[in-house]
Design a protein around this ligand. Structure first.
Ligand SMILES: Nc1nc2c(ncn2[C@@H]2O[C@H](COP(=O)(O)OP(=O)(O)OP(=O)(O)O)[C@@H](O)[C@H]2O)c(=O)[nH]1
Length: 330
């Protein structure tokens, strides 16, 4: 392997967030096979079906072509998981699928389309890129995720919220005009968790935290972001929804938890506070707003979801600190 490839490998290991790592990896693979279509998938729940997130595709496909491509790929990847295939490498085909594995868990796939990989040197380099990318992603995931629940951890939350509030994504309307995407932010807290711990012990308490996290993963869309904020508190960034839609999604989740049977414990409920993510507002303000709405849900008797903006409109809350003046003074 030449010195040039060592430099590329250093680039991969220098990435400190998952997005940068995916992008660098795809660029390196493209550098090896410039004419090929490359698709990179992330499997949200390891070894389960149907949770593929397309991280990268060549930008030549129309929306319809893309849908049918993703559906074809999903079937292929499901079949691969079932067969526990470790690597699909067929030189006679012009489509090659590499399942991406770390610690025996299948976490995604790289598909290279339209290019028979005959060059042995390139095969070796590609195998090295894949191994380093997989290891690096595994490392990043370990440091970005909460060990008990597998959700993103508090540290990742801080970085994500700062980034979301400082960049504005736009959506294109039918008339060609653009407007910023709106996201919503929710805080949720398990009701009477101290009592639950006291009655059943910490291990069962931990089981409840894990089960709740799994319910969250099932209920929310792949693009929504789920974090363990600390203890028995969780936060959710619900992407591209207005407050009304966020309210109905959160209410559905509240009911799902209320009706779920938690082994040994039985019924568990949660209280929720939510608000809109607004550009140019400090993260602490957003958190303060959701927290106030959450506190209101608790005061109303728990097992409720409350919207900060609605409470303000109805004069049921004072504005959260910093709500009217978002310039931080030191
Ligand atoms: N089992 C377990 N318990 C935790 C963990 N982190 C925090 N806790 C417990 O969560 C409990 C939180 O209790 P409180 O903040 O008093 O709130 P609560 O009992 O849920 O009451 P409300 O929020 O008012 O409904 C404390 O007893 C903590 O010890 C954890 O990782 N595992």
């Amino acid at each position: 392997m030449s010195y040039y490839y060592h430099e590329q490998i250093i680039q991969l290991t220098a990435q400190i967030d998952a997005e940068g790592l995916h992008d660098t990896f795809v660029q390196l693979v493209k550098g090896l096979f410039p004419d090929a279509e490359i698709r990179l998938y992330n499997n949200r729940l390891p070894a389960s079906h149907g949770h593929y997130e397309l991280l990268h595709l060549s930008p030549t496909l129309s929306q319809d072509e893309l849908k049918s491509q993703v559906s074809q790929d999903t079937q292929l990847l499901d079949a691969l998981i079932k067969e526990h295939a470790s690597i699909e490498f067929d030189l006679s085909q012009d489509q090659i699928v590499y399942p991406l594995m770390a610690r025996n868990l299948y976490f995604g796939a790289l598909i290279i389309d339209g290019h028979a990989i005959e060059d042995l040197d390139k095969q070796t380099v590609l195998a090295a890129y894949i191994a380093i990318y997989s290891n690096q992603l595994n490392l990043l995931r370990t440091s970005n995720h909460d060990a008990l629940t597998g959700l993103f951890n508090r540290q990742t939350f801080d970085g994500t919220l700062n980034k979301l509030l400082s960049t504005t994504e736009h959506r294109r309307n039918q008339d060609g005009s653009e407007e910023p995407h709106r996201h919503c932010f929710a805080m949720l807290d398990i009701d009477h968790f101290k009592r639950l711990n006291d009655n059943f012990g910490h291990l069962i308490g931990d089981e409840v935290l894990l089960t709740l996290a799994q319910l969250m993963q099932k209920c929310f869309r792949d693009e929504d972001m789920l974090f363990r904020y600390g203890g028995e508190e969780f936060v959710i960034i619900i992407k591209r929804v207005d407050l009304a839609m966020a309210g109905s999604v959160l209410e559905r989740f509240r009911q799902l938890v209320e009706n779920h049977y938690f082994p040994q414990v039985g019924r568990v409920t949660i209280s929720i506070g939510y608000t809109q993510l607004v550009d140019n507002v400090l993260p602490t303000t957003i958190i303060g707003r959701a927290d106030k709405a959450l506190y209101h849900s608790k005061e109303l008797g728990r097992n409720k979801a409350s919207c900060y903006e609605t409470l303000i409109e109805q004069n049921k809350l004072d504005e959260a600190p910093g709500a009217s003046n978002d310039i931080e003074l030191f």
